[in-house]
Design a protein around this ligand. Structure first.
Ligand SMILES: [Cu+2]
Length: 497
C-alpha cells in the first residue's frame, strides 16, 4: 500500500477535517506516553534535539521523572542533521518514523488505517490563506471541549495573531538551484555542503535556509522568556506543526527531483556518515538504521508514500515558470567561485537598531565589475549569480528574523523599498552552534543569500560606481541586550554559470 500525504488545506485545515481530527488524536495518544517510551511524543522530539533547561522552562520536562536508559538516549537522541547535505535524507527518515507511530496510535484509537501526515504548502500562491497557520493548530480546544493536542502556547511568531507567514519568506528560489551539493561557502547548493554527521552549525543549503529555517522562526519567534518551540532545534520537534512543515520540505525535495534534478551519487552521501549511523525506533521498539540511499525514493519500502499529485504538478508548473523569468541557477557550475570583496569586521545587532556595514569590491570599479555588467545587460542571458555570505552568525538565543537591504537611504523604511531587499534569514540553530563547548566549537551558522537581482538593479541605476555596497541588517524585532547577534564577516561572491 502506498500512503498519500495530502495538503493540510484540502478540507479547510481545521479539526472538523478527519485528517486533522485524527492527527490531533494521534498526537494526544503519543503525548500521554512517558518520556521513557520510545514511541512517545517527547522521546521523538528529543531524537531531533533536547535541552532539558528549555524543556523544563516550557513544561515538557520535570526533574526527577523517569528517563530512557542511557543506551537509548545515546543511540537515538540529538541526531538532527542541519547545515549538511544530510539535512534532507535524515529528516525524511525522521518524519516517516513518527508518521508510522502516529498511524499506529490512530488505528488503535479506531481511526483510518490509511492515514498519512498532511503537509503545509505555505507557498501556494493560488490559495489566499496558504500562509496562515492552519486553524487546527491555533484552537485551544476540540469541538468536544477537551484540550487540543495540536495547540502550543510557545508560538510567539513575528507579532501577528493569528500567525501568518510573510509572503517573502516562503518563495521557492531554492527550487531553481540545479545542483544538490554546494562546493564552497559561496554556493551552498539545493541540499547543502558535504559534511560528516552534522548536528547543526556551518552553512545551510538553499532549501534549508529558505523556506525551512525562516519558517521555523516565523512560527516560533521569540519573547522575553526565550525562543518559541519552533525557533530552536532542541525544542522544535515538540510542536505538532513541525511535522507538517517538514512534510512540506520533504515534498519540495521530491518536487525538485521530479523536475529532473539529481541527488548526490557520492558514496559518502549514499551510505551516510561513518561516525554515527542514522537510526529511529521502529514500531516494535527496535532500532531501524537507515542510509540516505534508502531515502531517495519515497515509493520504495520501507517508505512507501507519495504526495497528492495535483499539488505536485502545480508546484512543478510554477517551478518552470520561475525558471523562465531568469531566476534559474546554473545546471552545473562551470568555473570556480570567486570572492569579490568583504566588509572589514564583525557586525553586532542589538535592540531595534539596524546595523550598517560596507562591502568594498576589490579595486573599485574593476574588471570584475565590468564582467558583472556584461552579464546583467538587459537582454543578455545571465552568466553568473552574486551571493552574499553572512558568515559565522552567533547568538545565545534563536528566534529572530533579520532582513538584509543594500544601500537603504537614511530615514527610509525597508518595507517601502522592496527593490533594495537582498534577502532575509532566520536564527534557527544559532544558539546551539554558538556554544563554545558544543560540537561546532562555537562557530555559529552561515547564511547565503542570492543577491543577483538586487545587485543588477543597483548596477543599472549606476549606484555601484565605486565598487562598494552598503549592507543594512534590520532585525524584525528588537534583539535583546543579553542576547546580541554577531555576524563575523559579510562577503560577496560571484558564481559563474
Ligand atoms: Cu526543521
Amino acid at each position: 500500500m502506498v500512503f498519500v500525504r495530502k495538503s493540510v488545506w484540502a478540507n479547510g485545515g481545521d479539526v472538523d477535517d478527519p485528517l486533522l481530527f485524527w492527527y490531533a488524536k494521534g498526537v494526544g495518544e503519543m503525548k500521554a506516553r512517558p518520556l521513557s517510551s520510545l514511541a512517545g511524543w517527547r522521546f521523538m522530539g528529543a531524537v531531533h534535539g533536547i535541552d532539558t533547561g528549555l524543556w523544563q522552562q516550557y513544561g515538557y520536562f520535570t526533574p526527577g521523572e523517569p528517563v530512557p536508559v542511557p543506551a537509548d538516549q545515546t543511540l537515538y537522541w540529538n541526531q538532527c542533521q542541519h547545515q549538511s547535505w544530510y539535512f534532507l535524507p535524515w529528516h525524511r527518515g525522521y518524519v516517516w518514523a513518527i508518521e508510522s507511530m502516529l498511524r499506529q496510535a490512530i488505528v488503535d484509537a479506531g481511526g483510518p488505517d490509511d492515514w498519512a501526515l498532511p503537509y503545509w504548502n505555505y507557498s501556494d500562491t493560488s490559495r489566499p490563506n496558504a500562509r496562515l497557520l492552519p486553524p487546527a493548530f491555533s484552537r485551544q480546544t476540540l469541538p468536544d471541549g477537551s484540550a487540543n493536542p495540536l495547540f502550543v502556547q510557545q508560538r510567539y511568531g513575528q507579532g501577528t495573531s493569528p500567525i501568518v507567514l510573510p509572503a517573502g519568506d516562503v518563495t521557492l528560489e531554492a527550487l531553481s538551484v540545479t545542483f544538490y551539493t554546494g562546493t564552497s561557502r559561496a554556493s551552498s547548493g539545493f541540499g547543502g555542503l558535504k559534511t560528516g554527521f552534522s548536528h547543526g552549525g556551518g552553512v545551510s543549503g538553499r532549501l534549508e535556509s529558505k523556506p525551512h529555517n525562516i519558517v521555523h522562526v516565523d512560527i516560533g519567534g521569540q519573547n522575553s522568556a526565550g525562543p518559541g518551540l519552533m525557533s530552536d532545534p532542541d525544542t522544535a520537534g515538540l510542536d505538532p506543526i513541525f511535522w507538517l512543515h517538514h512534510a512540506n520540505i520533504d515534498r519540495l525535495w521530491a518536487v525538485w527531483n521530479a523536475a529532473g534534478n539529481s541527488d548526490p551519487t557520492d558514496a559518502a552521501w549514499l551510505n551516510g556518515p561513518m561516525d554515527r549511523k542514522f537510526v529511529m525506533p521502529d514500531l516494535a521498539g527496535n532500532p531501524w538504521f537507515y542510509t540516505p540511499a534508502e531515502m531517495v525514493d519515497t515509493l520504495v519500502a520501507p517508505l512507501g508514500y507519495t504526495y497528492d499529485q495535483f499539488v505536485q504538478q502545480k508546484a512543478l508548473a510554477s517551478l518552470q515558470a520561475s525558471g523562465g523569468t531568469g531566476g534559474a541557477e546554473s545546471r552545473t557550475m562551470t568555473g570556480p567561485v570567486e570572492m569579490m570583496g568583504a566588509n572589514n569586521g564583525p557586525v553586532v545587532l542589538k535592540g531595534a537598531v539596524a546595523a550598517v556595514t560596507m562591502v568594498q569590491m576589490e579595486g573599485g570599479p574593476s574588471p570584475k565589475l565590468a564582467q558583472m555588467r556584461e552579464g546583467t545587460a538587459p537582454e543578455a542571458p545571465r552568466d553568473h549569480r552574486m551571493l552574499l555570505n553572512l558568515e559565522n552568525i552567533r547568538s545565545s538565543r534563536d528566534g529572530i528574523v533579520v532582513d538584509v537591504y543594500f544601500n537603504l537611504p537614511a530615514g527610509e523604511k525597508g518595507a517601502e523599498r522592496v527593490d533594495l531587499h537582498a534577502g532575509s534569514f532566520g536564527l534557527f540553530g544559532a544558539r546551539k552552534a554558538s556554544n563554545p563547548e558544543g560540537e561546532q566549537a562555537g562557530n555559529g551558522v552561515t547564511e547565503i543569500l542570492d543577491v543577483t537581482d538586487v545587485m543588477s538593479s543597483l548596477e543599472n541605476k549606476g549606484e555601484m560606481q565605486g565598487g562598494e555596497v552598503e549592507v543594512h541588517l534590520v532585525p524584525r524585532h528588537p534583539v535583546p541586550d543579553e542576547a546580541p547577534i554577531t555576524v563575523e564577516r559579510i562577503s560577496l561572491y560571484r558564481q559563474p554559470s
